[in-house]
Design a binder for this molecule. Structure first.
Ligand SMILES: C[S@@+](CC[C@H](N)C(=O)[O-])C[C@H]1O[C@@H](n2cnc3c(N)ncnc32)[C@H](O)[C@@H]1O
Length: 437
């Protein structure tokens, strides 16, 4: 479900502006010229915005001791609540129903309070360093051994005990200094502080992927965390977090990561309708400004790459956007898979009944895969004819050419698009990637 749909357990407050517009017929004539041009360039049919009366989707708390049944919710809200076939605990109801004061929305606060940890940070670089590693660094720093050549991150009997090279020891010194200056006096605080001291470089994403490709690992040495591009002030973790099993072992690695990426929001009827009310100028400024479009795919690649780095072996990353532009979806996924081949695989999404595989609605994203794999564009056969990189041939080793075919096929068949008309949702894109490194 996209960001305008509700997860009872997180954000059940209705957003009235877009929802109110939902029941009315939407006039395509009102779309601004630049946006129409953007849609045409990205092969998005404006007819998707003519959908009417989309339902609101909610997810009930799956904990059997702390949930509400669809029947109870229906009774409480006084409106029809229907289970969504194939999606356990999901229900649909009218978009006009106010959920804010329901018993169900009270559950969300409970859940968030119990399990939630929120961090405000740049998702392209964000990492939660294992607290015990921070403790070790702090102990070492306090003992004045800043230039130790080796150090074990093995307090929790991790499978991989690591020694730091001299080079990484210098980096460790950096971390200790950053921590010492930025974090002093904050020990024991219940709030986490995670500050960035440098802005993202545009070339960073490529550099990070290339480095992973060279070292053939997505497991960062703890001492390398964030030295590539920025220095972070680590937080002082409260006791609860230090003992959290999730943060032991592989440290900052997670079983599942959702990369719900920043995007142009063009696939989402709920967002588009809001701008019909708020004014298209602000839509243009927020989403269509050229400098934003130029950097957007770079941010998306960075978010996916970092999300993947945060998963453990066997873990899952879901990449989603509420755009239907290929550049922000399949091309990002294809680039990522080509860069991470051998370490990441695209998997089928369960319950894809409402989604449309890319193959059914888009041209193949051949050029982005070919260039990520290092293939060269084949010369055109007829002089003067321009080479169509999406259909044309690419030259490489037979292994590379086979990889191109295979990756393209997977991306086209396993990525799913949910447009408002066919899916009866607000509109989004999904890809499910497993870490097999
Ligand atoms: C599609 S929305 C995610 C919505 C979220 N899943 C939710 O349900 O509220 C994308 C969000 O990413 C944020 N964002 C943009 N660039 C970011 C970055 N570099 N790091 C972290 N968040 C970023 C935007 O401000 C926006 O709130």
């Amino acid at each position: 479900m996209d960001s305008d749909d509700d997860y009872i357990g997180q954000d059940a407050a209705p957003r009235s502006t877009g929802n109110d517009a939902q029941a009315r017929a939407f006039s395509l004539d009102k779309l601004p010229e630049e946006f129409v041009a953007f849609l045409a360039k990205n092969e998005i049919d404006p007819a998707i915005y003519t959908v009417k009366d989309l339902p609101r989707y909610v997810r009930l708390n799956p904990d059997p001791h702390n949930t509400i049944t669809p029947q109870e919710l229906e009774k409480e809200l006084g409106t029809k609540v229907e289970p969504v076939p194939g999606l356990e605990a999901f229900c649909k109801l009218s978009r006009h129903v106010k959920l804010r004061n329901t018993q169900a929305s009270l559950l969300k606060r409970h859940r968030l309070h119990q399990y939630g940890r929120l961090f405000k940070a740049d998702g392209t670089t964000f990492r939660v360093m294992r607290p015990s590693a921070i403790d070790t660094i702090r102990a070492r720093n306090m003992a004045g051994k800043k230039n130790n050549a080796t150090m074990q991150f093995s307090q929790n009997k991790e499978p991989e005990k690591r020694s730091l090279s001299e080079n990484s020891s210098e980096r460790l010194g950096d971390l200790a200094e950053v921590k010492a200056s930025g974090g002093s006096g904050q020990e024991g605080q219940e709030k986490f502080q995670w500050e960035s001291s440098a802005k993202r470089q545009k070339s960073t994403v490529e550099a990070m992927a290339d480095q992973d490709a060279q070292t053939n690992t997505t497991t960062l040495n703890e001492a390398e965390v964030n030295y590539k591009q920025e220095k972070l002030v680590p937080f002082y973790a409260p006791k609860m977090l230090r003992n959290d099993p999730q943060l032991q072992g592989e440290g900052y690695k997670y079983d599942k990561v959702i990369v719900d990426a920043e995007c142009t929001h063009d696939g989402s009827i709920a967002h588009i309708l809001k701008y019909e009310t708020w004014g298209w100028d602000s839509f243009h400024k927020n989403f269509m400004a050229q400098d934003r479009l130029d950097s957007l795919c770079d941010i998306q690649r960075g978010l996916l790459l970092n999300g993947f780095r945060l998963t453990k072996k066997g873990g899952l990353v879901v990449y989603s956007t509420c755009s239907l532009s290929r550049a922000q979806n399949e091309d990002i996924v294809a680039w990522f898979l080509a860069k991470m081949r051998g370490r990441a695989v695209l998997e089928p999404l369960p319950n894809y009944a409402l989604g449309i595989p890319t193959a059914d609605c888009k041209k193949p994203c051949r050029s982005v895969i070919a260039s990520a794999l290092g293939l060269q564009s084949a010369p055109t056969s007829e002089a003067g004819n321009s080479h169509d990189s999406e259909k044309g041939e690419w030259c490489g080793t037979s292994e590379q050419e086979a990889e191109l075919e295979q990756l393209q096929k997977r991306v086209m068949s396993l990525c799913l698009r949910y447009d408002p008309i066919t899916s009866n949702t607000s509109g989004f894109f999904l890809a499910r990637i497993r870490n097999i490194a």
